[in-house]
Write a protein that binds this ligand. Structure first.
Ligand code: ZN
Length: 242
């Protein structure tokens, strides 16, 4: 890659504005990251956590009600869908249904875990611990869903453009991704070479290690080659300041 191909910060700001107009979403994740030509799992995770923590607690607190009685969960559904809209979902009934399904699935698992605890009479584990674990698990499920949505948007905007795989910012980077650090690829052929849906990203591709998000705890980035090192470094620094 020749230096003259790297666009300046001023040019990048213009390009960002241009990309903002093409975004299907209205959120900080898409403005601060996708419009800039960056995809990073950790940023989505941190943003999702701060935005959806209250909803996750509320769902787990009301887990019995949540799975038993649809009318009593209307308020939670409303808050949940609204928060996801803030994060970047469009008004899309299918995607909203998926978010509510995630909440219900996690509620069922939480109640099952409580039941198992009572059956096992294990004094070393408290109900509080089971609850904290359930909130965390639910929050992670939301985050992974958000990562899928964001990844699809990144693909849509930058198909056929060149990107570079950036090393993980995780304390324990995923080994399968280390050989990919610094590699340049065409968005499409080097990663996913078939049209795909959110469900395919979530269910079929994970663990193959082909994309950031596919390995749990991966904090790698994909960055367009036109994004300068300076812009990327600033993004990462700001991310850790959040
Ligand atoms: Zn990774």
């Amino acid at each position: 890659m020749n230096d003259k191909n790297i666009i300046t910060i001023e040019e990048l700001e213009l390009k960002k504005k241009e990309k903002k107009k093409q975004l299907e979403h209205d959120s900080i994740i898409f403005y601060a990251m996708v419009a800039l030509g960056i995809f990073n799992c950790h940023f989505i995770d941190v943003t999702t956590k701060s935005t959806l923590q209250k909803q996750a607690i509320s769902i787990i607190d009301n887990a019995y009600e949540y799975i038993k009685n649809d009318s009593s969960t209307e308020e939670i559904n409303y808050k949940l869908v609204n928060s996801f809209r803030k994060l970047g979902m469009t008004k899309d009934t299918q995607k909203e249904k998926r978010v509510i399904d995630i909440a219900k699935k996690n509620s069922i698992e939480y109640i099952q875990d409580l039941q198992d605890l009572q059956d096992s009479k294990n004094d070393n584990i408290s109900e509080e611990y089971i609850k904290e674990k359930a909130i965390k698990k639910l929050r992670i499920s939301f985050s992974r869903h958000m990562q899928s949505i964001t990844l699809m948007e990144f693909y849509r905007l930058y198909l056929e453009e060149l990107a570079r795989w950036k090393r993980s910012t995780a304390k324990i980077p995923r080994k399968a991704h280390i050989p990919l650090y610094g590699r340049t690829f065409l968005i499409k052929t080097g990663m996913l070479n078939v049209p795909h849906t959110i469900d395919q990203i979530e269910t079929h591709l994970p663990c193959k290690g082909l994309l950031p998000t596919q390995l749990f705890g991966c904090q790698c980035s994909m960055v367009l080659v036109t994004v300068s090192e300076e812009v990327y470094e600033t993004f990462i620094k700001n991310m850790f300041r959040r």
